[in-house]
Design a protein around this ligand. Structure first.
Ligand SMILES: Cc1cc2nc3c(=O)[nH]c(=O)nc-3n(C[C@H](O)[C@H](O)[C@H](O)COP(=O)(O)OP(=O)(O)OC[C@H]3O[C@@H](n4cnc5c(N)ncnc54)[C@H](O)[C@@H]3O)c2cc1C
Length: 467
């Protein structure tokens, strides 16, 4: 917007930029606090380009050779190599699954992305112009054959067969806080982001995404106002007037709300009738994270590591019931593997995360105490260690604190889940049809959560504002 010549002001409740994409420091340990997996760097590159700058002057990243290391309770381990031939060999060696199965699954994923990605992710679905395009009509005709009416799990089972490999590919449903046993088979598009396009790591850590965009915005003249919560989006009948901050009216012709859409309506637009059918859809899952300073190094671990549960279906059933399985899948992210300064010599910074339900008033203190015990026992079993004795410092993030720190509805990580077949079509639009000059972006509106889609939501706002 600033590059287009607008005078841009940003009002942010926190005293730092980035929302969920922030970092924390515990003594000598640095942690990326929220997102840890970086895909689709081209969308960040596009922002630099439209601002007339060269990304490499301000933000560098590398493609990962090993996307993730996977561990199962029976001692099976598997490295998901970025090099597809290596990955296929690994799957054949460790799981005795023929290479062709991986080819078939990844080709399907790529086909879905090529056919639908540009249309359903990069365009507003709420403009008739989108639907009049011939490529959209073509994509719509193909949708029934893309597994939309089957669950993601059923599609993966048919394509891959092997229980462990199906679990590995089902896991991609969690990339937008969904349940693979309920989410549509369309979500099998996600592996293409990781294997086809690549998984990356920014030099200096994920927080550099925030930092580089913050600095870019400042260079373009954007004014940031921290610790300034917007109290109300002010409109007169159907026209935007501005926002209210500290009881003062800040006038504006356009307002873009990046706040979660539910509180945007409930708190900032009190006189507007909220679209409750959209707002009351099932929320995405949340997360429980233990940031641990670990005084040892683990050569078998990579940047991304998954310790799988024995009963994946039960794990998602527990989440659906607002509970946490006694055997959760544990994700360990260690940025120190690529960014040595994130932990002291001989130590590692562990971001240890499990998927949990969104905050519905559960007894979180008890749930967290039980989960911590179960996670530690699982790590000890699989990595043959005594992890508790190696933890030198700890901080915890849970659905309540995700909610209070970012304003995200019930602490959901990705806005709404994709647990219904039509979820992709039912996210809130990126503009208001009732108030001229009001726009919405971020993870809770179209096209959905996660850094790449949040960036696309901003691009769509730019498109519809200037069509
Ligand atoms: C633990 C965790 C792990 C994740 N892992 C990944 C991952 O690996 N990869 C990935 O791509 N995505 C991941 N995500 C999801 C990703 O972080 C989000 O989809 C994305 O960052 C959301 O961006 P956003 O701008 O929509 O919301 P937010 O980042 O929540 O930003 C909203 C901002 O609005 C501010 N705000 C709210 N109300 C007001 C108000 N009234 N006035 C002023 N300011 C206000 C908040 O303070 C906040 O800064 C993860 C999220 C979490 C929490």
């Amino acid at each position: 917007m600033a590059s287009r010549g607008y005078e841009v002001q940003i009002f942010e409740s926190n005293n730092y930029p980035g929302g969920k994409l922030t970092e924390i420091q515990l003594g000598d340990y640095r942690f990326d606090a929220g997102p840890s997996l970086f895909t689709m760097p081209e969308y960040i590159q596009a922002l630099f380009e439209c601002a007339g700058e060269k990304i490499s002057d301000h933000f560098q990243y590398e493609r990962l050779d090993i996307v993730c290391n996977y561990f199962w309770e029976d001692g099976t381990t598997l490295s998901a190599f970025a090099d597809l031939n290596q990955f296929k060999e690994e799957v054949e060696k460790k799981l005795a699954v023929p290479k062709e199965k991986i080819d078939t699954a990844l080709n399907e994923s790529k086909k879905k992305y090529n056919l639908t990605g540009k249309i359903f992710l990069e365009k507003s679905l709420h403009k008739k112009e989108t639907w009049l395009k011939t490529d959209v009509a073509k994509a719509m005709l193909q949708i029934p054959s893309m597994g939309i009416f089957k669950s993601m799990h059923d599609v993966n089972e048919k394509l891959l067969g092997d229980k462990k490999l199906v679990q590995l590919f089902d896991r991609y449903a969690t990339y937008n806080g969904s349940n693979p046993y309920k989410a549509s088979g369309m979500l099998t598009i996600i592996p293409h982001f990781e294997y086809g396009i690549g998984a990356f790591f920014p030099k200096g850590g994920m927080h550099q995404i925030t930092q580089s965009l913050f600095n870019l915005a400042k260079r373009k003249g954007v004014q940031f106002h921290f610790e300034k919560s917007v109290q109300e989006i002010v409109h007169q009948k159907e026209k935007i007037i501005g926002v209210k901050v500290n009881d003062e009216l800040i006038e504006a012709n356009q307002v873009i709300s990046n706040m979660d859409i539910y509180p945007t309506y409930k708190k900032l637009l009190p006189t507007l009738k909220p679209p409750m059918k959209i707002l009351n859809q099932e929320k995405s899952s949340s997360a429980l994270i233990f940031y641990w300073g670990i005084q040892q190094t683990f050569p078998t671990l990579e940047l991304h590591n998954i310790l799988f549960s024995e009963n994946y279906r039960e794990e998602f059933e527990q989440i659906a019931n607002g509970n946490i399985s006694a055997d959760p899948t544990v994700y360990i992210n260690i940025t120190q593997k690529h960014n040595a300064g994130d932990a002291p010599d001989g130590c590692e910074n562990w971001f240890t995360m499990i998927n949990v339900p969104y905050n519905d008033g559960q007894d979180w203190d008890n749930l967290i105490a039980d989960a911590r015990k179960n996670i530690i026992q699982k790590i000890n079993r699989i990595l043959k260690t005594d992890i508790e004795s190696l933890i030198t410092c700890e901080s915890i993030l849970d659905p309540r604190t995700i909610q209070s720190k970012t304003g995200s509805n019930s602490g959901a990580l990705y806005g709404y889940s994709s647990n219904s077949m039509m979820a992709a079509f039912l996210r809130h639009k990126n503009f208001s049809t009732k108030i001229k000059g009001l726009y919405f972006c971020g993870g809770s509106v179209h096209p959905g959560g996660g850094i790449p889609l949040c960036l696309l939501s901003a691009k769509i706002v730019d498109d519809v504002m200037h069509e």
